[in-house]
Design a binder for this molecule. Structure first.
Ligand SMILES: Nc1ncnc2c1ncn2[C@@H]1O[C@H](COP(=O)(O)OP(=O)(O)O)[C@@H](O)[C@H]1O
Ligand SMILES: [Mg+2]
Length: 334
């Protein structure tokens, strides 16, 4: 019996740029017909992984395989299977959208007629027919991304790499692009999507791999990631800030496990398990210890906070450094 290899597989993949380690031993697997979200902050190594997978950069260590073909040794076979969009996509600004697609078709060895009809079809599918003959330089961000995606789909790739396809897009264009990705996935393409947005990974991906500083730091479905580190926390604010340590000590003495909080100035956070029995215990314990409280509330971290927890850095739009709650979650997750 032969075992069909996964659509995408990397084994301990390594890449250094001079002294800069960009990718430090990344292993991942994307089953055929699924969408993997490769989630990580700026500089995490996402683009470098995609470039190795798409044969543009040779790994310094490990292997990258597409449908079983080694991207370094069998780049021709790999190239015939993949499509790629993103930061390094090859759309030419000076010529029209139509010409771009036509040329790509020709590069893919299509005949003139086929390339022409394929370009027309793609422009229609991505609602660019009206702008078809205008130079790409005048396209909006959303139109460009759609053209980029159309370009990557010209050869009907079985495996698609989308490198931050929605970064910088307005919400409307972003939703349109999400719809396209969903359609592709429904049609059976295998997609590796890189993103800085947890929300995007959750919206599109069957599985998520979080990377930071060139390493995998977490993986699973969005639900699993959320459950593991993004559960609700009880935030306890003592009436007297001077009681913070006493509150923490009392909780620990009673068997509860507050998150660490050296940088926290006014409250103690206690991760809640399903059922939330910690809430009643905490109130009772602190009451018995005679520690007056100014407030108690529960807080469910947003997806961005989960991401922040994982990477210890702000995602786009997040405040740098993160709030006390995030810092606490970081420690409790560690
Ligand atoms: N061509 C290059 N030359 C030197 N350093 C690079 C090059 N490409 C990427 N890097 C570095 O490698 C690291 C990972 O970059 P990259 O893969 O682009 O991350 P991401 O796509 O997640 O933002 C960063 O530190 C980046 O500065
Ligand atoms: Mg990148």
């Amino acid at each position: 019996m032969t075992i069909t290899p996964p659509a995408i597989r990397t084994e301990d993949l390594v890449k250094n740029f001079g002294d800069t380690p960009a990718v430090r031993g990344v292993s991942l697997e994307v089953p055929t017909g699924t969408v993997l979200g490769l989630l990580g902050p700026n500089g995490a190594g996402k683009t470098t992984i995609v470039r190795m997978l798409s044969t543009l950069v040779k790994p310094d260590g490990g292997r990258a395989l597409v449908h079983g073909y080694d991207t370094a040794e069998q780049s021709r076979e790999v190239r015939s299977l993949i499509g790629m969009t993103g930061q390094y996509a090859a759309v030419d600004e000076d010529i029209s959208g139509w010409e771009n697609l036509y040329l790509i078709g020709r590069l893919l060895n299509m005949g003139r007629k086929e390339a022409r009809s394929c370009a027309d079809t793609m422009l229609e599918r991505f609602r660019l027919t009206e702008a078809a003959h205008r130079p790409v330089a005048g396209y909006s961000g959303g139109m460009r991304r759609r053209l980029d995606l159309a370009a990557s789909l010209m050869g009907e790739p079985r495996v698609l790499f989308l490198d931050e396809p929605t970064t910088g897009l307005d919400p409307h264009s972003r939703n349109e692009l999400w719809e396209e990705v969903r359609t592709l996935a429904r049609k059976g393409a295998t997609v590796l999507l890189t993103t800085q947005y947890m929300e995007e990974a959750e919206a599109l991906a069957d599985a998520i791999v979080v990377i930071d500083h060139g390493r995998v730091i977490a993986s699973g479905t969005s639900a699993e990631l959320r459950e593991r580190i993004g559960g609700p926390v009880l935030r306890i604010t003592p009436e007297r800030p001077a009681d913070l340590t006493a509150v923490r000590t009392a909780l620990i003495a009673s068997g509860l496990r507050p998150a660490g909080g050296d940088q926290d100035t006014d409250r103690v956070c206690l991760p809640l398990s399903a059922g939330g029995h910690e809430l009643t215990s905490a109130i009772r314990v602190l009451g018995e210890a005679g520690l007056p409280l100014a407030g108690v509330d529960t807080h469910v971290p947003s997806l961005d906070e989960v991401f922040l927890t994982l990477t210890g850095t702000g995602g786009p739009g997040s405040p740098a450094g993160g709030s006390a709650t995030n810092d606490e979650l970081t420690r409790s997750a560690a």
